[in-house]
Ligand binder design. Sequence first.
Ligand code: TYD
Length: 132
Amino acid sequence: ENNKPQIITFDKIGSSQLGYITIAEAQKNIPFDIQRVYWTYYTPQDVIRGGHAHKKLQQVIFAVSGTITFNTEDKEANKEVFILDHPTKGLFIPKLIWRDIQFSHNAILLCLASELYDEKDYFRDFEEFKNY
Ligand code: TYD
């Protein structure tokens, strides 16, 4: 289902002797064309980021290092918790999902996004999102 947040498990190639590689490819294991990539780092453990939803944007998000916890909520008040604790786990987030995000001290978040940055695509007010 493409309207629900869900974990995608990516293959890993390699061995414990040599290390590993994991690959994301548009329209293969990523269900959209990737227009933008960003990463976040050094987020303090006591900070909650996110606090927004998107009108159109789709994302696949990885914790390439550390552990990142997502609390998601859709417009029908369905709430879920997703824990990214391994570099092979990607969280697909479709449009219209509110999310709050918490990071372990060493976490690096990598996001593959379906659109260029557009502040008008954001809901930063929860009530506005719910009433949309
Ligand atoms: P925001 O999406 O609110 O981050 P988070 O969900 O991690 O808390 O973005 C934080 C700031 O960075 C905000 O001022 C907008 C800016 N920003 C860009 O300029 N371009 C981008 O592609 C992104 C994702 C954010």
